[in-house]
Write a protein that binds this ligand. Structure first.
Ligand code: GAR
Length: 210
């Protein structure tokens, strides 16, 4: 059974999708062993507590820079014996000290079709605003491994929604969360826990199940 540590900063609807998937048995060979929040006021904390999942609060504000913050996160991950780290709306970029130690063991959910509308500065509603400004006709979400470059690690799963003329950043965000993020994140986590993601030449492929 793999220890899944989920890092959050906000509302935690993706964490909720993982908790629901765990409760319904969709996540095979893994369990959420700890939730770490960078924000002491994140609603995600309440979601974890309601489900008796241990929570650690490591406030980003208490650290002067990303390196010292990442070292604190690294220490917590070691103590929790994390096998898989899931960034579920975690709004801090982790330093190399974490990404190197957990190579191909950190996954992130990003609310666009990478390599579009991603990288530093693209997070939350900003992504959907940029999508609407550009006028693309499909958008979606991506689950990918995390490496030292923002949103640049191997892609595990993606799925799409149509962008309609009437969409606002808020409506597009909601549509992508409900139809894509909350489905493909638990799926990717379960695949990882079953050792069904293989890496060939830096790219991720799904192995067929039994
Ligand atoms: C989600 O849409 C997630 O994809 C996005 O923030 C939201 C968090 O919602 N993440 C990023 O933009 C990371 N670059 P949640 O807290 O309700 O899961």
């Amino acid at each position: 059974m793999k220890n899944i540590v989920v890092l959050v900063s906000g509302g935690g609807t993706n964490l909720q999708a993982l908790i629901d998937a765990q409760n319904s048995g969709e996540i095979k060979n893994g369990r959420i062993s700890c939730v770490i929040s960078s924000n002491p006021d994140a609603y995600a904390i309440k979601r974890a507590e309601k489900n008796s999942i241990p929570v650690r609060i490591i406030p980003r504000k208490e650290y002067s820079d990303s390196v010292t913050y990442s070292k604190a996160i690294l220490e917590a991950l070691r103590e929790e014996k994390a096998d898989l780290i899931v960034l579920a709306g975690f709004m801090t970029i982790l330093d190399e000290c974490v990404t190197r130690e957990y190579d191909y063991r950190i996954i992130n959910v990003h609310p666009s079709l990478i390599p579009s509308f991603c990288g530093e500065g693209f997070y939350g509603l900003r992504v959907h605003r940029a999508v609407l400004e550009y006028g693309v006709k499909v958008s979606g979400a991506t689950i990918h491994f995390v490496n030292e470059k923002a949103d640049a690690g191997a892609i595990i799963l993606q799925d799409t929604v149509k962008v309609e003329k009437e969409d606002t950043p808020e409506s597009l965000q909601k549509k992508i969360m409900e139809n894509v993020e909350w489905k493909i994140l638990p799926k990717a986590v379960s695949l990882f826990c079953q050792d069904r993601i293989e890496i060939v030449d830096g790219k991720a492929y799904i192995k067929q199940g039994d």
